[in-house]
Design a binder for this molecule. Structure first.
Ligand SMILES: Nc1nc2c(c(=O)[nH]1)N[C@H]1C(S)=C(S)[C@@H](COP(=O)(O)OP(=O)(O)OC[C@H]3O[C@@H](n4cnc5c(=O)[nH]c(N)nc54)[C@H](O)[C@@H]3O)O[C@H]1N2
Ligand SMILES: Nc1nc2c(c(=O)[nH]1)N[C@H]1C(S)=C(S)[C@@H](COP(=O)(O)OP(=O)(O)OC[C@H]3O[C@@H](n4cnc5c(=O)[nH]c(N)nc54)[C@H](O)[C@@H]3O)O[C@H]1N2
Ligand SMILES: [Mo]
Length: 926
C-alpha cells in the first residue's frame, strides 16, 4: 500500500498503470488524479487543491478503475490498474452528486465565474437544479477584503484546510449541521473580529464563490502552471511615453513589491484598473500563497494622493511644474554644486523598493555623471551587518540556502525575526514545519506568534544576542554537538573561540541576557542534535551597535555543527526586508562596492567599469547614510538625491535627519507619494510603483525574478528608470541602457556573479539564483558545497565578546523601547495606509506589559507619553504580555506616532546600521 503526498525518504519506485487505455508511469505514492493529469486527461474537481493534502470530500472527481468507482484525488495509483475518466455511468453519478450539492445553492451562484459553475456546465447540470432562493444563511461583509455569502457555501472544507495546512492560522471551521453546514471564522462572530490574518488563501481556494475578495477572479489552484497573458511593456524613450495597447482583462505575472520573500503574483487588470491580485499557483517561493499586503494592499496604486506631476519649490512652496522645468532645475543645481564644491558634495540614497535596473542606473549616474561613490541604500539601516558578517564568516553577502530548505529542516532556529508578520509566507511555512514536528527555537525578547509555538523560547533582553549565541556555542562544544571533521577540514578559528567561550558559562550568560540556563541548554540540545538544522534571522540581530557581531556569533553555530555548505546543512538565512534590498546592494548602490560587491578600491575593477562606462570611476569609497547626514550638517554634503526612501520617517533620530536636510542647498525626492521626505524636498520627481514597471528584483534567498508592468504610471509620472535616464540627460550624460533589459545586460557583462542572468532567460526559465556565471549555469541555490568563498576557502568562526548596547535603559530612561513591524502595515506606511488595510489597523499603539501598565496607571487604550533623550511621542496603550516587563514596542508606520523622533544615532561599529532595536525611554500616562 502506498499513500499520502509526502514521498520523502522513500525509494524512487514507479507505478505503471493505464488511463483511458494509455500507459503511464507515476512515482510511488502518487494518486489516480496524478496519473490522470500525467496523460493529459482531466477529471473535474472541487475540493482538490494542489497546495494541500487531498481530502476526497466533494466526490466530484470520481473515476472508474479496475477495482470499482473511486475518488481520483485520494485513491493511490496502483500497479497495473486501469482507470477510465470517460465512463458514462460515473459521469451520471457525478452529475447527481452535483445536483444534490446545488439544490440548496441559490441560482445567483451561476452569475459568478467559479469552479463550481464551470464544473456544472461541463457535466450538464441544468440551471434549474439550483435553488431559487437559497437557505437564507446571510452574509458577512465585516472584513474589508474577505466577504462571505453563506448561502453559496458547499461545505467542501477547502478554505478550512487552506487556513490550517498552508497558512497555519486555524481561524476557520465548518459550523452548523447537515445541509446548513457553512464555513465560519472563529466562533462564528463577525469575520473581521476573528483570528483571520487576511492572507486571502480561503478566498482563492473557495470553489463556489461563498468566499470572495473585493472582486472575484478565477484562478486555478488545481492545475499548476497556467500561463498568464503577460502584457509586453511598451518600449519607451525617456519621458516620451508610447501608449500601451492593452486589451481588457489581462493577467500580468510579476513579483510582489512589499517584502523580500519574493512572492510571484498574478495581477488581473481591466482597462486602467486592477481587478484583483492573486498568488501565482507555481510561484517558486510562494507556491500559490500570499499575505494581506501582496494579495490585497494594491489600492494605493490609484490613490488620489499619488504624485502625478513634478513639483518644484518656489518661494517656499512645492508647486506643480513641467518635466522640462523640473529636470532643468535638477540638472542645473546638481551641476552647480558638483562644479563648485566637488562631486563628493552630492550624495544619493537609492531605493530598495525599486528594481535592480533602476538601482544600477542610479549608482551609475552618481559614479559617472556626478563622479562620486556617495551612494547607499536602506540595506545600511537594515541588513548591512548581514552582508558584512556573512562575508566574513562564509565569503558572500547573501543567505546560504533557498527557502525550500526550511521545509526539510528538522530544527529551525529563528532569531530576532517576527516571521509570521514581516515575512508571512515564510512564516506560514515555518509554522507548518513545526506542526510536522520540526523543532522550533525562537530567540526574541518578545513573545511572537512563533515564540508561542516554539519548543524553546530564549527570551533575552534586547541587545543580548552575542552573549546568548556565545552561550549556545559553548554548550555545543561542551556537549560534543559539533562536527569535528567539518571543523578540521573546512573551518578556522575554533581554538580562539574555545578560549573566549571559557567566559560564557550558562550562569554568566543568564546574567548578561536574562535567558535562564535550562532554556539555553534546551536550545543547544535542539539545534545541537538536529540532523538538518536551519537558522533564519532578522533585524533583532542586525539593528544593534554590535549587529555584525550578532550575525557572526550566530553563524558560528552553523559552522560548529557543519550545518552550512553540507548536504544536511540548512544554513544561515537573513530574512532580507525590502522586496529588493538584496538587489539594491547587489547592483552596487553602496559606497564601497560596484555591482556584485566588486570593490571600488580595486584598480582592476575600476578599470573594467571605466572602460565600459567611458569615464573614470571614483576611487575613494563614499559616505554611508548616517555619514551623509553628518556631512550635510558639517557643510561637506550640499545636495541629496533621495530615491524611493522616506528617510525623514524611517532613519533614526528624525530631528537630526531633518537638520541635515535643512542644511543641504538642494534635495531631490523621487517618490510615488508626498512622503514626509518629499514634503521638504526642493524638487519632487514622480516615479512609479512596482505595479507599473519592468525589471527584476532579487529576493531574500538571492533569486532574480521578473517584475512586469500591469498598469501605466498615473498622470505625468514615469517609470523610475525613465526618470533616472532623464536626470542623466539633464546633467549632459547619456547613461546608455535603452531599457531595463539592456541595463541588466550591461550589469551582467561587468559582474561575473550575474553573468548568466538576463531578462530573456528569466522570462524563459523563471527565477535564477546568483551566483550565476554563464548562460548555461542554473544558478547556485545552495552555497559553498565545495568551498567557502572566503579568500582561503574556509569558514571563519568569530571569537567576539558580548559588549553592552549603545543606549541601555537607566534610572532616567528606565524602559527599553523596541521598534519593528506588525503584519498589516509596511515600513513608513505610505502605501498600506492608502489601502483598506487601514480599516484592519487604523493607527499605532504602544505595546506595554500588564505589570508596567498597572505601575503607570495606564489602561487599555489610554494615551502614553513616550520620551527619549531626543523627543517625545504619544500613543495609546495596548496592554499585552507579548512584551516583557520593562520593555515596550512600537512600529514606525504612522506619522502621528513618529517613532524615529525617539531613536538614537547609535550605530553598529562595523557597518553603521542603527540601533533601532533598543532606545531608552521613560513613560507617563498622558
Ligand atoms: N508587515 C510588514 N512586513 C515587513 C515590513 C513591514 O514594515 N511590515 N518591513 C520589511 C522590512 S524592510 C524588513 S527589514 C523586515 C524585518 O523583519 P523582522 O526582522 O522580522 O522585523 P522586526 O519586527 O523589525 O524585528 C524582528 C524581531 O526582532 C526582535 N528583537 C528586538 N531586539 C532583539 C534582540 O536584541 N535580540 C533578538 N534576538 N531579537 C530582538 C523584535 O522583538 C522583533 O520581534 O520586514 C519586512 N516585512
Ligand atoms: N524605528 C525604526 N525605524 C526603522 C526600522 C525599524 O525597525 N525601527 N527599520 C528600518 C528598515 S529595516 C528599513 S528597510 C527602513 C525602510 O525605510 P524606507 O525605505 O524609507 O521605508 P518605506 O516605507 O519602504 O519607504 C519607501 C518610500 O518609497 C516610496 N516608494 C515605494 N515604491 C517606490 C517605487 O517603486 N519608486 C519610488 N520612486 N518610490 C517608491 C514609498 O512611497 C515610500 O515613501 O526603515 C528603517 N526604519
Ligand atoms: Mo528593512
Amino acid at each position: 500500500m502506498t499513500g499520502g503526498a509526502g514521498t520523502e525518504g522513500r525509494g524512487r519506485d514507479v507505478v505503471r498503470l493505464r488511463v483511458d487505455g494509455a500507459p503511464v508511469e507515476v512515482a510511488e505514492g502518487a494518486t489516480v488524479l496524478d496519473a490522470v493529469r500525467a496523460v493529459g486527461a482531466d477529471v473535474p474537481t472541487l475540493c482538490f487543491d494542489d497546495r494541500m493534502a487531498p481530502s476526497g470530500a466533494c466526490r466530484v472527481c470520481l473515476v472508474r478503475t479496475g477495482r470499482g468507482v473511486a475518488a481520483a484525488c485520494t485513491t493511490p495509483a496502483e500497479e497495473n490498474v486501469d482507470v477510465w475518466t470517460d465512463d458514462r455511468e460515473v459521469a451520471a453519478m457525478v452529475r447527481r452528486v452535483l445536483e444534490l450539492m446545488v439544490e440548496r445553492i441559490p441560482e445567483r451562484a451561476l452569475e459568478l465565474p467559479t469552479e463550481l459553475t464551470d464544473v456544472c456546465a461541463r457535466l450538464g447540470v441544468e440551471p434549474a437544479a439550483f435553488d431559487l432562493a437559497g437557505r437564507g444563511l446571510g452574509r458577512d461583509d465585516s472584513h474589508p477584503y474577505v466577504r462571505l455569502d453563506a448561502d453559496l457555501c458547499i461545505a467542501c472544507g477547502r478554505c478550512v484546510r487552506m487556513c490550517d495546512e498552508v497558512q497555519g492560522t486555524f481561524a476557520l471551521t465548518m459550523a452548523g449541521r447537515g445541509a446548513d453546514t457553512v464555513v465560519a471564522a472563529g466562533a462564528g462572530g463577525p469575520w473581521v473580529e476573528s483570528a483571520c490574518v487576511s492572507c486571502g488563501g480561503c478566498v482563492d481556494s473557495c470553489p463556489s464563490g461563498a468566499l470572495s475578495g473585493p472582486v472575484s477572479v478565477l484562478t486555478s489552484y488545481a492545475t499548476a502552471g497556467t500561463a498568464p497573458t503577460t502584457r509586453t511593456p511598451a518600449a519607451r524613450t525617456p519621458l516620451t511615453r508610447t501608449a500601451g495597447d492593452r486589451a481588457s482583462d489581462l493577467v500580468t505575472r510579476t513579483t510582489c513589491g512589499y517584502c523580500g520573500v519574493g512572492c510571484t503574483l498574478d495581477v488581473h487588470t481591466r482597462d486602467t484598473g486592477i481587478l484583483a491580485v492573486t498568488p501565482a499557483p507555481d510561484g517558486p517561493v510562494n507556491r500559490g500563497h500570499a499575505c494581506v499586503k501582496g494579495r490585497f494592499a494594491y489600492g494605493f496604486v490609484r490613490s488620489p494622493d499619488r504624485l502625478t506631476t513634478p513639483l518644484v519649490r518656489r518661494s517656499d512652496r512645492l508647486e506643480p511644474a513641467t518635466w522640462d522645468e523640473a529636470l532643468d532645475v535638477v540638472g542645473r543645481e546638481l551641476a552647480r554644486i558638483r562644479d563648485r564644491h566637488g562631486p563628493d558634495a552630492i550624495a544619493a540614497i537609492s531605493s530598495a523598493r525599486s528594481t535592480n535596473e533602476e538601482n544600477y542606473l542610479l549608482q551609475k549616474l552618481m559614479r559617472t555623471a556626478i563622479g562620486t561613490n556617495n551612494v547607499d541604500n536602506c540595506s545600511r539601516i537594515c541588513h548591512a551587518p548581514s552582508a558584512a558578517g556573512l562575508i566574513a564568516s562564509f565569503g558572500l553577502a547573501g543567505g546560504t540556502n533557498p527557502a525550500e530548505d526550511l521545509d526539510v529542516a528538522d530544527c529551525l532556529l529563528v532569531a530576532g525575526a517576527n516571521v509570521t508578520q514581516a515575512h508571512p509566507v515564510i512564516g506560514a511555512r515555518i509554522v507548518q514545519a513545526a506542526l510536522r514536528g520540526a523543532r522550533l527555537v525562537v530567540v526574541d525578547p518578545r513573545r511572537t506568534e512563533l515564540a508561542r509555538l516554539a519548543d524553546v523560547h530564549l527570551r533575552g533582553r534586547p541587545g543580548s544576542n552575542v552573549a546568548v549565541f556565545n552561550g549556545l556555542a559553548r554548550l555545543l562544544l561542551d556537549r560534543g554537538f559539533v562536527d569535528e571533521e567539518f571543523l578540521a577540514a573546512r573551518a578556522d578559528g575554533v581554538e580562539e573561540l574555545r578560549e573566549l567561550l571559557a567566559d560564557y558559562p550558562p550562569d554568566r550568560v543568564a546574567d548578561l541576557s536574562g535567558v535562564p540556563p535550562d532554556a539555553l541548554a534546551a536550545a543547544a540540545e535542539a539545534y545541537g542534535t538536529a540532523r538538518r538544522p536551519a537558522i533564519v534571522y532578522g533585524l533583532g540581530i542586525t539593528e544593534h551597535v554590535h549587529g555584525t557581531d550578532g550575525v557572526r556569533t550566530l553563524a558560528n553555530l552553523a559552522i560548529l555543527r557543519g550545518a552550512v555548505g553540507t548536504p544536511h546543512g540548512m544554513g544561515v538565512s537573513p530574512l532580507r526586508g525590502q522586496n529588493n534590498v538584496q538587489g539594491a546592494s547587489d547592483m552596487g548602490a553602496l559606497p564601497d562596492v560596484l555591482p556584485g560587491y566588486q570593490r571600488v578600491d580595486d584598480p582592476l575593477v575600476r578599470e573594467r567599469f571605466a572602460a565600459a562606462w567611458g569615464t573614470p570611476v571614483p576611487e575613494r569609497p563614499g559616505l554611508r547614510i548616517p555619514e551623509m547626514f553628518d556631512a550635510a550638517l558639517a557643510g561637506r554634503v550640499r545636495a541629496m538625491y533621495v530615491f524611493g526612501e522616506d528617510i525623514l520617517a524611517t532613519d533614526p533620530n528624525s530631528g537630526h535627519v531633518r537638520a541635515a536636510l535643512d542644511a543641504c542647498d538642494f534635495v531631490v525626492s523621487q517618490e510615488i507619494f508626498p512622503s514626509a521626505t518629499a514634503q521638504v524636498a526642493d524638487v519632487v520627481l514622480p516615479g512609479s510603483s512596482f505595479l507599473e514597471k519592468d525589471g527584476t528584483f532579487v529576493n531574500f534567498d538571492r533569486r532574480f525574478q521578473r517584475v512586469r508592468p500591469a498598469l501605466d504610471p498615473p498622470g505625468q509620472a514615469y517609470t523610475d528608470f525613465d526618470v533616472l535616464r532623464a536626470v542623466g540627460d539633464a546633467l549632459g550624460v547619456d547613461l546608455g541602457c535603452s531599457d531595463p533589459a539592456a541595463a541588466l545586460a550591461e550589469c551582467a557583462e561587468l559582474t561575473p556573479v550575474f553573468a548568466g542572468i538576463s531578462h530573456e532567460r528569466l522570462d524563459r526559465e523563471g527565477a535564477l539564483h546568483w551566483p550565476c556565471r554563464r548562460l548555461d549555469d542554473p544558478g547556485e541555490a545552495r552555497l559553498y558545497g565545495t568551498a567557502f568563498a572566503t579568500p582561503d576557502g574556509r569558514a571563519h568562526l568569530a571569537a567576539r565578546p558580548w559588549l553592552p548596547p549603545g543606549e541601555p535603559p537607566d534610572a532616567d530612561f528606565p524602559y527599553a523601547l523596541i521598534t519593528g513591524r506588525r503584519l498589516v502595515h509596511y515600513n513608513s506606511g505610505t502605501m498600506t495606509r492608502r489601502t483598506p488595510n487601514l480599516a484592519l489597523v487604523p493607527g499605532e499603539h504602544l505595546d506595554l506589559h500588564p505589570d508596567d501598565a498597572r505601575r503607570l496607571g495606564v489602561g487599555e487604550g489610554d494615551p502614553v507619553e513616550i520620551t527619549s533623550r531626543r523627543g517625545m511621542v504619544t500613543a495609546p496603550a495596548r496592554v499585552t504580555d507579548e512584551v516583557a516587563v520593562g520593555e515596550v514596542f512600537l512600529t514606525f508606520a504612522f506619522p502621528d506616532v513618529p517613532a524615529n523622533l525617539l531613536t538614537s544615532s547609535e550605530v553598529d561599529e562595523v557597518t553603521s546600521c542603527p540601533e533601532y532595536k533598543l532606545t531608552a525611554v521613560r513613560l507617563r500616562r498622558a
